[in-house]
Design a protein around this ligand. Structure first.
Ligand code: PBG
Ligand code: ZN
Length: 321
């Protein structure tokens, strides 16, 4: 008889043969920075996650450093929105100002900047809109300006999340031309038009004012197309490729990670966080165990980087294990 249970008899032996371990170094923590002063607002659908103004950000940064988290993903929420999302490429914009502050205070903390126009446009779409259609090529130009402006502010990683065609190549060229040859591109390569982004859109005030994002984000049913998107981003110069959301798309991550010899990131998105939080608050699940199980599954499926709102708690829990 094969006695598989032999290796399960104690925690010590289980630990010895354990195949997958998440490390604090794998975790990237998203933060929301809002233009203004003295702001700390909890996002109602995301308990424990806040919008901070830059002058109140230190409290959050200190928690991040104390937890031993090495990387963050920053989202800016500007006071002024317009048709072309101009605050996204204003060198003095809210995101740029926050990044300068963070890099001054904690130069070693890796700062990734999400690059997209939806937080900055009055209509809430991820690009320039003409006749209700998001114009790809005109948007690319603005994404390039935004990327260069964020790199200039000190961002270590530029993370385009808009799903326009050709943006990785265009951004790489713009960064290089401006001397940012070492600025990393982490591409949201296979980003699906998912219902799991709901709470984020409340957090970032970025819901589309008409229609949806299905003409640029991917159809959730498509796997082969996801692989083509990932391949194209690698060819265009992405340093890190991402699959998003995480849990319902681990099959995509797994398949891609088997094919492409690249660092993969996975985004454990807002709706995934909210579901865990809500069930935990009801006393229906054990939050710590669920979170550790989820992030272990993401790593096992092939992710090196796990972007998660649970990062600070998870860092603590991983230590206790
Ligand atoms: C911006 C962007 C979104 C998310 C990350 N970058 C929202 C969207 O595409 O509507 C979602 C993150 C989350 O749900 O946690 N385009
Ligand atoms: Zn967007």
């Amino acid at each position: 008889m094969k006695r598989f249970r032999r290796l399960r008899t104690s925690e010590s032996i289980r630990s010895l043969v354990r195949e997958t371990r998440v490390s604090k170094n794998d975790l990237m923590y998203p933060i929301f920075v809002k233009e203004g002063e003295n702001i700390k607002e909890e996002i109602s659908s995301m308990p424990g996650i806040y919008r901070y103004s830059t002058d109140r950000l230190d409290e959050e940064l200190d928690r991040i450093i104390k937890a031993g988290i090495n990387s963050i993903l920053i989202f800016g929420i500007p006071a002024h929105k317009d048709e072309k999302g101009s605050e996204a490429y204003n060198d003095k914009g809210v995101t740029q100002t926050a990044i300068r502050h963070i890099k001054e205070k904690y130069p070693k903390l890796i700062v990734a900047a999400d690059v997209c126009l939806c937080e900055y446009t009055s209509h809430g779409h991820c690009g320039v809109v003409h006749d209700c259609y998001v114009d790809n090529d005109e948007t690319l130009e603005l994404l390039c300006r935004s990327s260069v402006s964020l790199a200039k502010a000190g961002a270590d990683i530029i993370a385009p999340s808009d799903m326009m065609d050709g943006r990785v190549g265009a951004i790489r060229e713009a960064l290089d031309k401006n001397g940012f040859i070492n600025t990393v591109i982490m591409a949201y390569s296979a980003k699906f038009a998912s219902a799991y982004y709901g709470p984020f859109r409340e957090a970032a005030d970025s819901s589309p004012q008409f229609g949806d994002r299905k003409s640029y984000q991917m159809d959730i049913a498509n796997k082969n197309e996801a692989l083509r998107e990932i391949e194209a981003d690698i060819e265009e110069g992405a340093d890190i490729v991402m699959v998003k959301p995480a849990l319902a798309f681990l099959d995509i991550l797994k398949e891609a990670a088997l094919i492409y010899n690249m660092p993969f990131a996975v985004y454990n998105v807002s709706g995934e966080y909210s579901m865990v939080k809500a069930a935990a608050q009801m006393g229906w699940i054990d939050e710590k165990k669920i979170v550790l199980e989820n992030i272990t599954a993401m790593k096992r499926a092939g992710a090196k980087i796990i972007i998660t709102y649970h990062a600070l708690d998870a860092a603590q829990w991983l230590e206790e294990q």
